[in-house]
Design a protein around this ligand. Structure first.
Ligand code: NAP
Length: 222
């Protein structure tokens, strides 16, 4: 175990690239990780478990949420609330929940729009669905290939986080430090998800315009 976060049981809800990347990242730091999906036996997951996902177990969303002392929500944004309902909101009580989701709406094609915007955000909806959990938005403004040990030719980008609970944000700061993001910038309460989710749209538009997905945002102070 190389990082500062003591060994924990971690539950990662989501079996896409984001969930897999974070699950293998936590496993690589010595945590006991379950990755949650609607179908724990699906062949592509079994293949992943025998390679990059070595050391990770799979479970249903409910088993995963019950397992984790620390939880990560990494599902399709528009499925976040149903996934939480499947997982059982009581299984989140008192826990830190890292919310990596974005409420992307591709119904009108590329670039996507935000399915939730203005005076609300998916991060806030997730916190409202889980009133006894401590939700911290993180990882949603950068491509998943950079989540663990990010390496850029022009220096590290900035990880932006938001959440209501200060202790939870310190815990997420420890996770980030272990993953190679030593200086996250905390933009305040969970309502900051409104800005962080909008930044994802800017990130996607820039990727589309450049035809490349190897960029990140950095906060510079003069
Ligand atoms: N791609 C990136 O680099 C990136 C970076 C930052 C943030 N994000 C955000 O991270 C989240 C995950 O992204 P992703 O690219 O890994 O995969 P994704 O395709 O957005 O999500 C896959 C996950 O969503 C679940 N899901 C889909 N429909 C569902 C439904 N109707 N009910 C319950 N669960 C459902 C899937 O369940 P099963 O496991 O059962 O298939 C799977 O676990 C998204 O919100 C995305 O916007 C993505």
């Amino acid at each position: 175990m190389s990082g500062r976060l003591k060994q924990r049981r971690v539950g990662v809800l989501g079996s896409g690239e984001v969930g897999r990347r974070l699950a293998s990242g936590f496993a690589s730091r010595g945590h006991r990780v379950v990755l949650g999906t609607r179908d724990p036996d699906k062949p592509e997951l079994r293949e992943w478990l025998s390679g990059e996902g070595g050391g990770v177990e799979t479970g249903t969303f409910e088993q995963t949420a019950a397992h984790g002392e620390l939880l990560v929500l990494a599902v399709l944004g528009t499925a976040a609330e149903p996934a939480i309902a499947d997982a059982g909101p009581d299984n989140f009580s008192g826990k830190v929940v890292i919310d990596a989701t974005n409420p992307l709406d591709f119904s009108a094609g590329f670039p996507p729009k935000l399915a939730i915007s203005g005076e609300d955000s998916l991060g806030e909806r997730i916190q409202r669905a889980l009133p006894d959990a401590k939700v911290v938005k993180a990882f949603n403004t950068i491509g998943n290939r950079y989540f663990i040990d990010p390496s850029f030719s022009e220096g590290k980008p900035t990880m932006l986080i938001a959440g209501d609970d200060e202790d939870a944000k310190r815990t997420v700061g420890d996770v980030l430090a272990d993953f190679g993001w030593p200086d996250p910038v905390d933009i305040g309460g969970i309502e900051g998800s409104r800005e962080l989710e909008a930044i994802c749209i800017a990130w996607v538009k820039i990727g589309g315009a450049r035809g490349a997905w190897d960029h990140g945002f950095k906060l510079l102070v003069g």
